[in-house]
Write a protein of this length. Structure first.
Lengths: 691, 578
C-alpha cells in the first residue's frame, strides 16, 4: 500500500547528536559508495552550535557539499532539567492557576516524607481570567476579553518571553483558548504563545498544563539555538533547511520544530532507539531491548517487530509529565558513576547515589573518592586505563584498587580486586532488575529478544546483563559510541496522531473509527508533503489503546488495517491481553480508549556496511590482536585477548573471554560467549550459559 | 553453612525484585482504580514457620508494611489448630478479618503457600483495597458505624482457590454481599495472578542458588536487617522522647482521641509505649493491633528508608501492646478509619517523638490525612446513581534541609488524586477552584508545605456529602520550635448558608441540592525550627509568590516586607520584640 514519491535528490547526509559530554557526528557520503566520516568533539554547553561546527570541521568534509543535516539536540532537555528556561507566563481559568504547582498529590519516593518541586512557571507569573467551559464542552461563562488583555499586558510588563494559555476542558471545546490566543497575539511581541489543547487534546489539566508550559518555556531557547546554528552553517556554505530529531523518533524541519518544542525533550534518547531498530532490522533481529549506559543513568527501550514502542505518557523527572507521543525510553537511575558502598548491615549496595560527571569516578581524576562501577571495570582489567576518555589527572589502577580494598573489601573480608568484582556483579544485578521492570517483565518472553548495547559503556556490561535477564543474544553495533548520530542519519519523517474515543467496543460506530484513522492518515501525509525532502515511500500504521470496561490501565493493540470492525477489535484485544497477563476474562466487555496512527515518510536506505572501513580489516583474527592482558572473570584472573574492533576480519569467530576495543567503546565477551561479525560490522554475541 | 557477602547481596536483590514484580503485575492487571491507579495494594514473601516478613515490594502502599506477616501468622496458627482447612498445592486463602491481623474490611488479603519438594517453603501474600465490601455505605467508610457488622462482609481465612481452581460457592457468597460485584472477578484474577508471578520468580531463584542457600540467606538477611536498624538506633542519644497526637473525634462522639506515645531509647532498642492513649471509641476510629504496629513500622521506614522492609528491621522496635486503648480494638469495635486516618496520627506521634532524637532525619508533621470526601447521589440527566470520591493531599512538614512539599499524598499512601476534568466528566459537579491554600504552611526556619483549597458545586439533582478527614481541631505539629500548619476546614454552603460539621473534619450524609457547595481547605505542614531564624529573603520570595501576605510575613516570621523588598531595620525590630 506504499505510495511512491520521488526519492530525495541529495545523498550526502550528516547526523549530529549533541550529548552531555560529546558531540558526535556521522556523515555518510552516498556519492562515494557510502563512505563514512566520523567526528567526536566536546559538547559546548553554552552554545551547542560551536560543538556542532567543530565536529563538522573535524571530518574535513566541505560543509557546503552536504545535502542534508539531521540534528539531535539536548538543548531543551537540559533547559528543563536545569530550569534554565525562558521567562514564561500563564493565563488560566479563574481558580486554577496552581494546577501545575499542586500536581496530583504525590511525593518523589514511597518512603521519606521530603521532596522539592519547582514548577516550570513561578506562581507570580500565573494569572487568572474569568471564563469557564464545562466537561461537555458547553460554555458556562464567556471569556472576559478585557481581563485577558490586561493579563497579557501584565505578563509582558513582567518580562515574559513566552506565554501559555491553559483553560479547563479546552480539549472538549477549544474556542476560548483560541480566542484568548488571538487577543494575546495582538499584543505579544513574538510568536511564543502555546495553547493547552494544541499539543495535547486530552483531559487531565495537570498533565496538559505542564506539557504546554514546558513547550512555551523551551520555545525561545530552541528558536535561538536553531537560529544560531542556521547562521553558523550558512556562513560556511550550508544554506539549506536542516532537520531536527523529534522525541517520537521522526525528523522534522528546523523551520517547524519550535512550534512543538516540547517534543524535542527526548530527541537524544529517541535517536539511539531509532538507530537500534534500523540496525537490528538489517541484521535480522527485530525484537530488541536497547541498553544505553551513561554516567548517571541508563536508557532502556523495547523494540517489537522493528518498531520502537511509543508512549504518550513520559515523565522526564518527578512531577514533570510531557504527554505527547514519544519513543518510550525508560531511564534507570544507575550508570557508570553509580557509587558502591557497604551498608550498616555489611551488605554491598550499588547506587542510587552517583558520582555523576563531576567529580565522576575516581579514575577520571577530578577529585572523585568513592568507588563506582566504572572504577570497578578499570580494576578488573575490563577497561584499559590508557584509553579512558575525559580524564583530567590520571589515577593509577593500584590507587583505585586500594580504595576498593579500604572502603568495600575490609568490611566484608575481600581484597581490592575481589571487592571490585563484587561491586560489578551487584551493579549488574541491580541494573538487570531495573531493566526487567520496564521491559521483559511486561509480559514478554526474554528468549525472543536481543540486547542491543550501545553508548560508551553499554557493551562493557551487555553480556553479563543478558545472562541475568535470560536474553540469548547481544548485538553490539559497529559504532556503539555514535549510535545516536546514526539514528539521525537513518531516521524517517514521522507524525503521530491520537484521538480519544473511550467507548465500549460493543457500542462503537465502526464508520467513525474508520473516519478517524483515515483523517489521521490524510493529516500526516499533508504534513510530510510540506517538508523540503521527499521520502521514498509513506508507511502508515494504526493501533488502538484498549482495556476491559472498568479498568484504568491500557494496552496498545496494533491494528493490521484501518478497515476494522467491532469483532476484530474485541478479538485482537483479548489475544493481546492474554499474552500480557495470562488472564482470560470472557465475562467482561472491552473498551476502546484511543485510536493512534503514525504516518512515516520512509527515507532511502542507508548502507551501514562501511561504518567500519572494510579496507582496515585484517585478514586473520590473530592480526587484529592488540595484546593479551589479565581480566577478572568469576573470581579469577584470566589471560584475555584484546582485539582491535576496526581490524577484526568480517568472518571472525571469537570465543569469550575476549575484549574488543575501539575508539569510544569497549565490549566484553564473558567466558562461554561465542561471537561473530555480520556484513554491517555488528558483533553478534551468542551468550553462554543461558541455555 | 555460611554465605559470602556477594551471594547474600545477590539473593537480597532477587527477593526484592520478586516482590516488585508482583506489585507491578497486580496493579497493571487490576480493574479497581483504587488498586490500578492508586496502588492501594502490597505484595510480599513470608516465612513458612511463623509468617515473618521476608521481603516486601518497594512500591507497595506504606500502610501495609508488616501487616501481612500478622495475617499470615494467624493463618498458619489456624491451620495448625484445625480452625482452617489444611493447605494443598494450588490453594489460595482469602481473608479480610481486621482482628486476625488486618486493617479495615476493604483490604482483602490473599495468601498462597509455595510448595517445594512436597513441603511449604514460604508463603506469598498480597493485599488489595477493594472498592466495596458491602456494609451500610458504598466504599465502606461509614463515619457513624458503631459495630463492624455495619462496615461490611467479614471473611475469616477460607480457601478461595482449591488446587488452582476458584471455588464458585465462596465467590458467589462474596458477590452477593458487595456492590458493583461484576467487576470484582477482574481484581480477583489480578490478585491471584500476581501471586503466581511471584511463585515463578521465586522458583527461578531457588533453582539457581539452591533451596538450602536461599534458606540460609533469608535467615542471615533478617539478622543483618536487624543489625542495620540497631546501628541507626544506637546512634541516637539515650533517653525518653514523648509526644501526643490527636484524632479530631471518632465520628460519633464529639471528643478528641489522644495518642500518647513515649519512646524510650536504650542502647540498640526503641521501646514504644502507647498505654496512656484514649480508650476504645464508639465510632470507627479504632485501630486493630496489626495496623498499630504497622503504623509504627511505616513511620520508622520514612525515617530510615535505607533499611529493607523485613521482620529483622522490626526486631529492635519493641512495641508494647496498647491493651485497653483504641489502638488495640477488639471485636466488634468498628475500624474503618484505622488505615486511612488513625494510622497517620500514630505515624505523626512517632515523628513528633523521634524528631527530638534525630532532628536531621525526621520532618515536622505532614498533613497526614487521606482527605476523603464522598458525594453520593443521583444524576437526573443520566438517570443513574453515583458515588464520587475526592481524596486530597496537604502540606508536608519542614525538615532539616528544606521547606515542606505542597499537596503531598498521605503519609500511608502513594496514590494520586484524580484530575478535576475527569471528575467533572464523570459526576454532576463543577469545581470553582482547585488552588494552593495560601498561608497554610506552618512557620519555621524551614516552613511547612501548603495544603489544598478546593470548592465543588453540585450542578444537578440531589446528593449526600460525607467527610472522613482529620486535623480539624489541631494543625499538623511544628518541630523544634516551628509552628503548627493550618487546620483542615470543611464548610458546606446549603442555600448559601454556611454549615460547619460539628466534628469539624467528619460528618456523614449532609443533604445537598443543585447549587449547594462544598469548600475544603486541607492542612498545611508543620514548620521546622524557629520561624524568626528563617532567611528574610526566603520570606520575601514567599510573599512575592503570594504564599503569605505581608501581614503574615510580619506576624509569622517577623519579617517586614514593603514595595522595596525586606525592610532590614523593621525586621530586626520585629524579631527582637517577638
Amino acid at each position: 500500500m506504499d505510495e511512491k514519491i520521488p526519492a530525495m535528490a541529495g545523498n550526502v547526509v550528516a547526523g549530529i547528536d549533541v550529548g552531555g559530554t560529546f558531540t558526535d557526528l556521522l556523515l555518510v557520503d552516498g556519492a562515494d559508495g557510502g563512505a563514512i566520516h566520523i567526528a567526536k568533539t566536546p559538547t559546548t554547553i553554552e552554545n551547542q552550535a560551536h560543538g556542532v561546527i567543530a565536529a563538522l570541521a573535524e571530518t574535513g568534509f566541505p560543509i557546503a557539499g552536504i545535502d542534508l543535516i539531521v540534528h539531535g539536540t539536548t538543548t531543551t532537555t537540559n533547559a528543563v532539567l536545569e530550569r534554565r528556561l525562558a521567562i514564561t507566563g500563564m493565563i488560566t481559568t479563574r481558580g486554577f492557576r496552581d494546577v501545575i504547582e499542586l500536581g496530583r498529590r504525590t511525593r518523589p519516593q514511597p518512603y521519606g516524607m521530603t521532596g522539592v518541586f519547582v514548577p516550570v512557571i513561578p506562581r507570580n507569573l500565573r494569572l487568572e481570567v474569568s471564563e469557564r467551559v464545562e466537561a461537555s464542552g458547553r460554555v458556562r461563562e464567556a471569556l472576559d476579553e478585557d481581563g485577558m488583555r490586561a493579563s497579557v499586558r501584565e505578563l509582558i510588563d513582567a518580562g515574559c518571553e513566552a506565554l501559555v494559555i491553559h483553560f479547563l476542558h479546552s480539549y472538549a471545546n477549544p474556542t476560548h483558548e483560541r480566542r484568548a490566543a488571538e487577543i494575546a497575539r495582538e499584543l505579544w511581541p513574538n510568536g511564543h504563545i502555546t495553547t493547552g489543547h494544541s499539543l495535547l487534546s486530552e483531559a487531565r489539566e495537570f498533565e496538559r498544563g505542564v506539557t504546554a508550559s514546558v513547550n512555551a518555556a523551551v520555545q525561545p531557547i530552541l528558536e535561538r539555538y536553531i537560529a544560531r546554528l542556521r547562521q553558523e552553517l550558512a556562513t560556511r556554505g550550508y544554506a539549506r533547511d536542516f532537520l531536527i530529531m523529534n522525541g517520537n523518533g521522526g525528523m522534522i524541519s528546523a523551520r517547524f520544530v519550535t512550534r512543538e518544542a516540547a517534543k524535542t525533550v527526548m530527541s537524544g534518547p529517541a535517536s539511539g532507539v531509532i538507530a537500534a531498530a534500523y540496525t537490528g532490522r538489517r541484521a535480522g533481529f527485530e525484537n530488541l531491548v536497547t541498553y544505553d549506559m551513561g554516567g548517571t543513568s541508563t536508557d532502556v527501550a523495547l523494540i517489537l517487530n522493528a518498531e520502537p514502542a511509543v508512549s504518550n505518557e513520559i515523565e522526564i523527572e518527578y512531577a514533570m509529565p510531557i504527554h505527547v507521543p514519544m519513543v518510550a525510553v525508560h531511564t534507570v537511575g544507575a550508570g557508570g558513576g553509580s557509587i558502591a558502598r557497604v551498608d550498616a548491615s555489611g551488605l554491598i549496595q550499588v547506587g542510587p547515589d552517583s558520582a555523576g560527571a563531576n567529580p565522576g569516578p575516581i579514575c577520571y581524576g577530578r577529585g572523585g573518592s568513592e568507588p563506582t562501577i566504572t572504577d570497578a571495570n578499570l580494576v578488573l582489567g575490563r577497561l584499559d586505563p590508557k584509553k579512558l576518555l575525559a580524564v583530567d589527572n590520571p589515577v593509577t589502577v593500584e590507587a583505585v584498587r586500594k580504595i576498593f580494598e579500604n572502603s568495600i573489601g575490609k568490611a566484608i573480608g575481600l581484597d581490592g580486586t575481589a571487592a571490585a568484582g563484587a561491586v560489578l556483579r551487584l551493579g549488574n544485578i541491580r541494573m538487570a532488575g531495573a531493566i526487567r521492570m520496564v521491559s521483559v517483565s511486561r509480559g514478554h518472553d526474554p528468549r525472543d529478544f536481543t540486547l542491543f548495547a550501545f553508548g560508551g559503556a553499554g557493551p562493557l556490561h551487555a553480556s553479563a546483563l543478558a545472562r541475568e535477564l535470560g536474553l540469548p543474544r547481544v548485538l553490539v553495533p559497529a559504532r556503539p559510541g555514535i549510535t545516536n548520530a546514526l539514528g539521525c542519519v537513518v531516521a524517517d519523517l514521522r507524525h503521530d496522531f491520537v484521538n480519544t474515543v473511550n467507548q465500549p467496543v460493543a457500542m462503537l460506530d465502526e464508520d467513525r473509527v474508520r473516519d478517524v484513522l483515515a483523517r489521521h492518515r490524510a493529516d500526516g501525509e499533508a504534513l510530510i508533503a510540506k517538508e523540503a525532502i521527499r521520502p521514498k515511500s509513506i508507511r502508515v500504521s494504526h493501533s488502538a489503546d484498549m482495556q476491559f470496561v472498568g479498568q484504568t490501565h491500557i494496552i496498545n493493540v496494533p491494528l493490521p488495517s484501518p478497515e476494522v470492525d467491532r469483532a476484530t477489535l474485541q478479538g485482537l484485544f483479548e489475544k493481546a491481553y492474554f499474552a500480557r497477563f495470562k488472564v482470560d476474562l470472557p465475562e467482561i466487555r472491552a473498551n476502546l480508549v484511543n485510536l493512534n496512527t503514525s504516518v512515516t515518510g520512509v527515507r532511502p536506505d542507508i548502507d551501514l556496511s562501511r561504518l567500519i572501513d572494510p579496507a582496515g580489516r585484517a585478514p586473520t583474527l590473530a592480526e587484529a590482536l592488540r595484546q593479551t592482558r589479565p581480566v577478572w572473570f568469576d573470581g579469577n584472573w584470566r589471560d584475555t585477548p584484546v582485539y582491535l574492533r576496526d581490524k577484526l576480519p568480517l568472518n571472525a569467530e571469537i570465543e569469550g573471554p575476549a575484549i574488543l576495543e575501539q575508539m569510544d567503546a569497549t565490549a566484553v565477551l564473558e567466558p562461554g560467549d561465542r561471537a561473530h561479525s555480520d556484513r554491517d560490522g555488528n558483533i553478534i554475541v551468542e551468550v553462554g550459559g543461558t541455555g | 553453612m555460611s554465605l559470602d557477602a556477594i551471594t547474600l547481596s545477590v539473593i537480597q536483590a532477587a527477593l526484592q525484585q520478586t516482590c516488585d514484580e508482583m506489585d507491578l503485575a497486580f496493579s497493571r492487571a487490576a480493574f479497581s482504580p483504587v488498586i490500578a491507579e492508586a496502588n492501594d495494594r502490597s505484595d510480599g514473601i513470608y516465612s513458612a514457620i511463623d509468617g515473618a516478613l521476608i521481603a516486601q515490594g518497594s512500591q507497595g502502599l506504606p500502610v501495609f508494611v508488616g501487616v501481612m506477616q500478622h495475617s499470615t501468622k494467624t493463618i498458619i496458627e489456624m491451620i495448625s489448630d484445625g480452625r482452617c482447612l489444611p493447605p494443598e498445592e494450588g490453594d489460595i486463602y482469602i481473608v479480610n478479618d481486621p482482628y486476625l491481623g488486618g486493617t479495615h474490611l476493604m483490604d482483602v488479603r490473599f495468601a498462597m503457600p509455595v510448595w517445594r519438594k512436597g513441603k511449604i517453603f514460604c508463603w506469598l501474600s498480597n493485599t488489595g483495597h477493594w472498592p466495596d465490601i458491602g456494609g451500610s455505605v458504598p466504599g465502606g467508610f461509614s463515619a457513624s458505624a458503631t459495630a463492624v457488622e455495619q462496615e461490611g462482609l467479614r471473611l475469616p481465612p477460607v480457601k478461595l482457590f482449591k488446587k488452582g481452581v476458584m471455588d464458585p460457592e465462596i465467590y458467589a457468597i462474596i458477590c452477593s454481599n458487595i456492590r458493583v460485584a461484576d467487576q470484582r472477578i477482574g481484581d480477583i484474577r489480578a490478585q491471584a495472578a500476581a501471586l503466581h508471578v511471584g511463585q515463578d520468580r521465586l522458583f527461578q531463584i531457588l533453582d539457581r542458588y539452591g533451596d538450602e542457600t536461599v534458606i540460609t540467606a533469608i535467615a542471615e538477611l533478617r539478622r543483618r536487617a536487624a543489625e542495620q536498624m540497631r546501628a541507626h538506633i544506637s546512634a541516637l542519644p539515650d533517653g525518653t522522647y514523648q509526644s501526643k497526637a490527636f484524632v479530631d473525634s471518632d465520628g460519633v462522639v464529639d471528643a478528641p482521641l489522644t495518642i500518647a506515645l513515649s519512646i524510650e531509647k536504650t542502647g540498640e532498642t526503641l521501646t514504644f509505649d502507647f498505654a496512656s492513649s484514649s480508650k476504645p471509641c464508639v465510632g470507627p476510629m479504632n485501630s486493630v493491633l496489626a495496623t498499630t504496629l504497622s503504623s509504627v513500622y511505616l513511620a520508622m521506614r520514612h525515617i530510615f528508608p535505607d533499611v529493607p522492609i523485613s521482620a529483622g528491621a522490626f526486631e529492635p522496635l519493641l512495641i508494647k501492646r496498647p491493651e485497653g486503648t483504641f489502638l488495640d480494638a477488639h471485636y466488634p469495635r468498628p475500624v474503618s478509619g484505622c488505615a486511612a486516618e488513625v494510622s497517620q496520627r500514630i505515624a505523626e506521634a512517632v515523628f513528633a517523638a523521634m524528631v527530638q532524637a534525630a532532628p536531621e532525619n525526621v520532618t515536622a508533621a505532614p498533613a497526614g490525612s487521606s482527605g476523603n470526601f464522598a458525594l453520593g447521589g443521583n444524576d437526573p440527566s443520566r438517570g443513574r446513581d453515583y458515588v464520587m470520591y475526592q481524596i486530597s493531599g496537604g502540606g508536608y512538614g519542614g525538615n532539616a534541609g528544606h521547606d515542606g512539599l505542597s499537596n503531598g499524598c498521605s503519609t500511608i499512601g502513594i496514590s494520586k488524586s484524580p484530575p478535576v476534568e475527569i471528575m467533572e466528566q464523570a459526576y454532576p459537579v463543577l469545581y470553582r477552584q482547585y488552588a494552593l491554600r495560601e498561608g497554610s504552611g506552618g512557620a519555621g526556619r524551614h516552613r511547612g508545605g501548603f495544603g489544598l483549597a478546593y470548592e465543588i458545586e453540585l450542578l444537578r439533582g440531589e446528593a449526600r456529602a460525607s467527610f472522613v478527614m482529620d486535623h480539624g481541631r489541631f494543625g499538623p505539629q511544628g518541630a523544634l520550635g516551628g509552628k503548627d500548619g493550618a487546620v483542615n476546614v470543611v464548610t458546606v454552603f446549603r442555600d448559601g448558608q454556611p454549615h460547619v460539621p460539628p466534628h469539624l473534619s467528619k460528618e456523614q450524609d449532609i443533604p445537598l441540592k443543585a447549587g449547594d457547595r462544598v469548600l475544603v481547605g486541607t492542612p498545611g505542614g508543620g514548620g521546622y525550627g524557629d520561624a524568626l531564624s528563617r532567611e528574610p529573603e526566603l520570606v520575601l520570595r514567599d510573599v512575592a509568590l503570594g504564599y503569605y501576605t505581608r501581614a503574615q510575613a510580619a506576624e509569622m516570621f517577623g519579617v517586614a516586607v514593603d514595595d522595596a523588598g525586606v525592610d532590614v531595620e523593621a525586621t530586626a525590630r520585629l524579631r527582637r520584640d517577638a
